[in-house]
Write a protein that binds this ligand. Structure first.
Ligand code: F6R
Length: 597
């Protein structure tokens, strides 16, 4: 996820673009850059926050320009990898948000044609591709280039020979355009930087291309055929706009999960060989992580064991580093959304000292863990502002599925047909998560009786035992209600002593071999008068008879069920916290990245 802003008008573009970028910094903040079209095309960019760019900016005169704030996916944050990029002639500048899946193949082709590249990014391929197609008509060059692209993009382009013109296009990444009362043409990734200019916006749809000039814009498809899109009046203030109209970043990020899953899978289900990330002789895995990432690891154990036949153990990073193991023989997989958790970083150092290979799964390109671990898989969730991990957690699971597919295929623990079916099922997850999100009102209704509880128990079995742990962690950290997750079979060994009419139980029941046992465990707690709410299949009539309410989730292969279950439980925690008027995006005592031991 990155932020794009563009301006065409009569005013000096530079301060307008820099101000616009500041409103988009929540979309990415590892580097920033700006291109201004004046007498010539001028570009300045810098690694770091927008303030770092501002500190070294020299004036660039011109009334047309583009700017970008980056959240790295391909290539670490650096001055060279920052956008905008130019073509070989230095005539064209582009900024891009998204992922070009076939960039390697395109790049090889362009290299063979004599183009030279300066960065590690997928984006730079686009500007050379457009240059290759440029015959004097900028829109035509962009259209022709994009027809060769597989992937997602919001891309915007300016050209020295076309002053006062900006061409932009969208596929699976947002882009909005508008024209101010004074005729200034503005565009951006979302409406936030544009609210000072207009409240009337046109949102591009997938496959749309826009040619923006002072006072007007034309929309067309990639064949150049005109398209019409409605004008929306957006009456948000700046803060509302940054949250995309959602009340909290956490809720927005929960709703971004279909896209985050899609981005995390892009180009990796079949194309990219993730086996290269693991040493060839790997036969054991040890996952180390903290908090929510630790729960992703616990779910990962089930995934890696059942799909790749790998003996997998999971340890809390803060404990691993003080264990007495002298030599480590397992491949150590460190999971950390921030890439900066000191417990996890120290555990990776310790694992290396014990003589093993390490693989990091993280969301932040260039974070400390990526320098410490031997290899890295990025989760591509985009920046997460809410302290409670949601989309970063779900995309950690996606990374683990992809790794397990790759290792399972290599170790021949998954047959070709089984793998094909699993890949199909993985591809369905974004729309299945969307179905869960569509249940938000029902889930809000379940939050009502829970929000006054003092204690809540989450129960599940097998792969959904860690889902119970994560459901409980989400609830406790943002609503401050005491919550615990238990393997459902363990309740009778002690915790059931605490169960009664004041202790709501959240039971996770999907269509897997442990379902009959889950139903028995529900009866045990119901017999102690506990109100029971289930996360379960819509058509599970038997379950519906046993519990107060079922939060329905779509039927998936059980191995993928934690994804749909946990999106429901994230929403439940959110609504409970909301009813309790808690500080949802910044829960007390918690921080987004924990750099103390
Ligand atoms: C919970 C949460 C924390 C983090 C934990 C590890 O919502 O965000 O439990 O999961 O502090 O953080 P990372 O993944 O950055 O290592």
């Amino acid at each position: 996820m990155c932020g794009i802003v563009g301006y065409i008008g009569r005013q000096d573009a530079l301060p307008i673009l820099i101000e616009g970028l500041k409103h988009l910094e929540y979309r990415g903040y590892d580097s920033a850059g700006v291109a201004i079209l004046g007498k010539d095309l001028q570009i300045q960019k810098s690694q770091g926050h927008i303030a770092a760019l501002e500190a070294k900016l020299v004036q660039m005169d011109g009334t047309t320009g583009l700017a970008h704030t980056r959240w790295a996916t391909h290539g670490r944050p650096s001055d060279l990898n920052a956008h905008p990029f130019t073509d070989c002639s230095g005539a064209m500048a582009i900024v891009h948000n998204g992922i070009i899946e076939n960039f390697q193949a395109l790049k090889e082709d362009l290299l063979a044609k004599g183009h030279t590249f300066v960065s590690e990014t997928d984006t730079e391929t686009l500007v050379h591709l457009f240059e290759e197609h440029y015959k004097g008509d900028l829109a035509e060059a962009v259209r022709a280039g994009l027809k060769k692209v597989v992937g997602s993009y919001a891309v915007a382009v300016i050209h020295r020979d076309h002053p006062g013109m900006l061409v932009a296009a969208r596929n699976e990444n947002p882009l909005v355009v508008g024209v101010s009362a004074d005729g200034e043409g503005v565009m951006a990734s979302d409406v936030t930087p544009l609210l000072d200019f207009t409240h009337e916006f046109t949102f591009l749809e997938d496959g749309d291309l826009v040619v923006l000039r002072e006072g007007e814009f034309q929309l067309m498809d990639l064949d150049g055929e005109p398209v019409e899109r409605p004008v929306h009046v957006v009456d948000w203030n700046l803060e509302d706009a940054q949250k995309g109209g959602f009340e909290h970043f956490m809720l927005k990020e929960i709703f971004e999960q279909p896209q985050a899953i899609l981005d995390s899978m892009m180009g990796r289900i079949v194309e990219e060989d993730l086996t290269a990330l693991a040493p060839p002789d790997v036969d054991k895995i040890k996952i180390i992580a903290c908090g929510t990432s630790y729960h992703a690891g616990l779910i990962g154990k089930y995934i890696l064991e059942s799909l790749a036949g790998l003996d997998t153990t999971v340890e809390m990073a803060s404990e691993y580093r003080y264990s007495n193991l002298a030599k480590e023989s397992a491949l150590v997989v460190a999971i950390t959304q921030s890439g900066e958790t000191i417990d996890t970083i120290s555990a990776v150092r310790e694992a290396k000292r014990r003589g093993t290979s390490t693989l990091a799964i993280t969301n932040v390109v260039g974070s400390t863990i990526t320098r410490e671990a031997d290899q890295t898989i990025y989760t591509r969730a985009g920046p997460e502002i809410g302290v409670a991990a949601t989309k970063t957690f779900i995309t950690q699971l996606i990374a683990i599925y992809l790794l397990a597919f790759a290792l399972g295929a290599k170790r021949r623990t998954i047959g070709a047909e089984h793998l094909r079916v699993l890949r199909e099922e993985l591809r369905r997850l974004p729309s299945q998560v969307q179905q869960v999100l569509n249940n938000r009102d029902l889930i809000k209704g379940v939050a009502e009786p829970i929000h006054e509880a003092h204690d809540v128990y989450f129960i599940g079995r097998n792969i959904n035992y860690p889902s119970a742990l994560e459901g409980a962690l989400k609830l406790k950290e943002i609503s401050y209600i005491h919550a615990e997750g238990y393997p459902a079979g363990e309740m009778k060994h002690g915790p059931i002593a605490l169960v009664g009419e004041d202790t709501p139980i959240i039971a996770i029941v999907v269509d897997d071999p442990v379902r009959p046992k889950m139903l028995s465990n529900i009866m045990e707690v119901s017999a102690r008068d506990a109100p029971v709410f289930a996360v379960g299949l819509e058509d599970d009539v038997e379950l519906a008879k046993l519990v107060d309410v079922v939060i329905p989730v779509p039927r998936t292969n059980p191995i993928f069920s934690p994804v749909v279950v946990l999106v429901s439980l994230q929403l439940l925690a959110y609504f409970v916290a909301h009813m309790r008027k808690c500080s949802i995006d910044k829960p007390r005592n918690l921080a987004k990245s924990v750099t103390v031991e």
